[in-house]
Design a protein around this ligand. Structure first.
Ligand SMILES: [Zn+2]
Length: 342
C-alpha cells in the first residue's frame, strides 16, 4: 500500500510538471495588459527592422574605426552598431521616437561625412568617442548599467529601432553627405558655423533657424555666478595684461552680437574677448548670455546648451511632440537638404 501511494505521488508530480505548470505560465502571458502587448508588438517590429538592417548594404561604409580616447584603442564596428552607441549617448531614450530617428540619421550622416572628409586627425581611426571632438559613444553594457532595470530593455529596443528603421538613410545636399552638426538646445534660434569656429567656413545647409518649445527643457536656461576677483583671476590666465575697474560703469559690456543674438565680443575693462572664449573660460552652456552685476558678484544668465549649430536635440523632441516626422525635423534644422538612401 505504501508503495502504491508513493507511485501515485510520483505520477501526480510528473503531471504537475508536464501539464499544469506550463498552463499557468501560458496563462500569465495571455493575461498581459494592453501595455504588455504593446511591448510585444515593439519587439516584433524590432526583430523586423533588425533583419532589414542586416540586409542593408553600406558597401564602402560597412564598418567604421572608432578611437576610444580613454585607452587609445581602435575598435572596428559595423556602422549601425556604432550608431546604437552614439544615439544612446547623445539623446535621452525617453525622447520621442521621431526625435531619436532624426538623431540616428544626423549621427549616421555626420559619421559618413567624417569618413569621406577624413583629415587624419585620429590617425587610422575615422572618429573618436569624445563628444567635444566627434560624437559621444557608449558601449551597450555601460549604457544598460546607467538605466534602471525596469526601463533597460525598453530603452535599448527604442534606440535600436531608431537606427534600424532608418538604416541606410543619410542627409544630403547636392547629393553629398552634409556636415550634420547637432547640439542640445539652441535657446530658440540656431547659429551659423562661422560664428562658432572662428575662421571656419559656412555651409549653405547650416542656416540660422528658429524653433519653438525649447524653453520647456531644463537645458534652456542656466546661470553662472562668479565673484569679481575670481573672474579677474580666470581671465588673467589667458590675458595677463587685463585690468578691470569694477567701480566704473560699463566696466563689463557686451559689444556685439551674432545674427542669432549670441554674444560675439565682450569688453572686460581694457580687453575685448570673443564670446566663444568667455563661454569656455567660465564653463557657460552657450554663448547666448547676458551679464549683470550684483554686489560683489557677476552673473551670467545663459540661454540654450551647446554650440547652437545644426539640429537642436530638444528642438527635435519638441517638434516630434507636435507631430512632425523625423524627415520634417531634419529638413527644418538643415536647410534645403534631402533624405537619401545610400
Ligand atoms: Zn574626435
Amino acid at each position: 500500500m505504501r508503495f502504491v501511494n508513493k507511485y501515485i505521488m510520483y505520477i501526480m508530480i510528473f503531471v504537475l510538471i508536464i501539464f499544469v505548470l506550463p498552463a499557468f505560465c501560458t496563462k500569465k502571458v495571455v493575461g498581459k495588459s494592453e501595455k504588455g502587448e504593446k511591448v510585444e508588438q515593439n519587439k516584433e517590429q524590432y526583430e523586423e527592422t533588425k533583419q532589414e538592417n542586416a540586409k542593408h548594404d553600406y558597401s564602402k561604409y560597412g564598418t567604421i574605426k572608432l578611437l576610444h580616447k580613454e585607452n587609445g584603442q581602435i575598435e572596428e564596428l559595423p556602422i549601425d552598431e556604432y550608431l546604437y552607441g552614439v544615439v544612446s549617448a547623445e539623446m535621452p531614450a525617453n525622447y520621442q521616437e521621431e526625435a531619436l530617428k532624426a538623431q540616428a540619421v544626423a549621427a549616421r550622416t555626420y559619421t559618413i561625412y567624417q569618413i569621406s572628409n577624413n583629415n587624419g586627425k585620429h590617425g587610422e581611426a575615422d572618429v573618436c568617442d569624445d563628444s567635444t571632438c566627434c560624437q559621444a559613444w557608449i558601449s551597450k553594457e555601460n549604457r544598460m548599467q546607467k538605466w534602471s532595470e525596469e526601463v533597460r530593455e525598453k530603452n535599448w529596443s527604442k534606440i535600436v529601432l531608431s537606427v534600424n528603421s532608418t538604416a541606410g538613410k543619410i542627409i544630403t545636399y547636392n547629393n553629398e553627405a552634409i556636415n550634420a552638426f547637432f547640439h542640445s538646445n539652441s535657446g530658440g534660434k540656431t547659429e551659423l558655423a562661422s560664428n562658432v569656429w572662428i575662421g571656419g567656413k559656412d555651409f549653405p545647409y547650416l542656416q540660422s533657424v528658429e524653433t519653438s518649445g525649447e524653453d520647456g527643457y531644463t537645458q534652456y536656461s542656466s546661470e553662472v555666478i562668479i565673484q569679481r576677483k575670481d573672474l579677474l583671476e580666470k581671465l588673467k590666465q589667458e590675458y595677463p595684461e587685463i585690468q578691470i575697474n569694477f567701480e566704473e560703469s560699463e566696466s563689463i559690456k557686451i559689444l556685439d552680437y551674432t545674427q542669432s543674438r549670441r554674444v560675439r565680443t565682450v569688453k572686460f575693462g581694457n580687453t575685448e574677448i570673443p564670446g566663444t572664449k568667455v563661454r569656455s573660460f567660465l564653463g557657460l552652456k552657450s554663448t547666448n548670455f547676458s551679464i549683470n552685476s550684483e554686489g560683489d558678484n557677476v552673473i551670467f544668465s545663459v540661454k540654450g546648451y551647446g554650440h547652437g549649430v545644426g539640429m537642436s536635440q530638444t528642438g527635435a523632441d519638441s517638434m516630434a511632440k507636435a507631430g512632425n516626422s523625423y524627415e520634417e525635423i531634419l529638413k527644418h534644422f538643415y536647410t534645403g537638404v534631402e533624405i537619401t538612401t545610400i
